[in-house]
Ligand binder design. Structure first.
Ligand code: NAP
Length: 265
């Protein structure tokens, strides 16, 4: 999805750039960073399995990436283009999408996050930093739930499905409901257990409407799929890479068109 989104952004903004996907073998993250140093590459979007390894090769790592122990982009410090900075834009993308598309600010709200993997951790930290009153994590594995809850400091707690009844925002950050998997028909929780005025966010974007989001819509709950987070985290990266304001609408249109095409394939 990234080449589609960034190249749409370059085309719309007129910025003279191109985004290409390059396979990097496991263990070669430092070599990719060295390639950036010796060329005029503006930045790198980083995916698995390099999100941890790349940290050591950066000159500086943002506080949020340090807390998450995961970098998803590397860019040049505007004050010194030779200094390479590692950041993690996933959490900012999630909160940015929530504010922009649903006009919801997490400040003072009770948020329940289901799952405790990489995406959940970024969401938990961002919700806490945005002032959420409580961030409750529900996950199969208790150790991972506790580690995710710790990211939210005093606002963080481990919880159970009973907590969904009091949530203002519920986030699915498990793969339950993802197309092309064994659990494409599954839901991470019973939508009837959520308040009718709750907002339900699914981080999955394939399909655009998961069984969870379809059931929530039928109940009249407001919801959002994973395109919002995907695009808004790319907005932050585009601005890191180029120093220019990202063309949000062009990026959103490109992401939705690509996901819809993938769903029909
Ligand atoms: P991950 O690190 O593998 O974590 C997956 C989490 O889901 C774990 O907490 C795991 O629980 C839980 N889980 C997996 N299968 C489960 C099951 N059958 N029942 C209950 N819980 C289950 O994955 P991730 O990178 O965080 O990604 C999670 C989801 O977010 C994926 O759907 C991914 O596509 C989506 N995502 C979206 C964006 C976006 O921009 N929209 C970005 C990143 C990820 P345990 O800890 O108990 O194993």
């Amino acid at each position: 999805m990234s080449p589609v989104i960034y190249n749409a952004a370059f085309a719309d903004s007129g910025f003279d750039g191109v985004f290409v996907a390059m396979p990097v073998a496991p263990g070669q993250a430092d070599a990719a960073i060295e390639a950036m140093r010796s060329t005029d590459i503006l930045g790198l979007s980083v995916t698995m399995p390099h999100k941890v390894d790349v940290m050591a090769a950066c000159d500086r790592v943002s506080e949020r990436a340090q807390k998450l122990q995961a970098v998803n982009c590397v860019y040049r410090d505007p004050a010194d283009r030779n200094v390479l900075v590692g950041d993690n834009t996933d959490g900012a993308g999630f909160v940015g999408g929530l504010r922009a598309e649903l006009d919801v600010d997490p400040r003072g709200l009770h948020c329940v996050v289901i799952g405790a993997g990489g995406a959940a951790r970024a969401v938990v930290l961002a919700l806490a930093q945005a002032g959420a009153a409580q961030v409750t994590i529900i996950n199969r594995n208790n150790d991972r739930a506790a580690a995710a809850a710790a990211l939210a400091g005093t606002a963080g707690a481990m919880g159970s499905h009973d907590d969904i009844a009091s949530a203002d925002i519920v986030v699915n950050s498990t793969p339950l409901g993802m197309a092309g998997t064994d659990h494409s028909a599954s839901m991470p929780f019973d939508p009837a257990s959520a308040r009718v005025d709750a907002v339900v966010c699914d981080l999955i974007y394939h399909p655009l409407e998961t069984p969870l989001l379809a059931a929530c819509r039928q109940r009249g709950l407001r919801g959002q799929n994973g395109v919002a987070m995907l695009v808004h985290q790319a907005v932050v990266q585009f601005e890191h890479f180029t120093g220019q304001t990202a063309p949000l609408q062009a990026m959103t249109n490109a992401a939705n068109t690509a996901v819809a095409a993938r769903s029909q394939a």
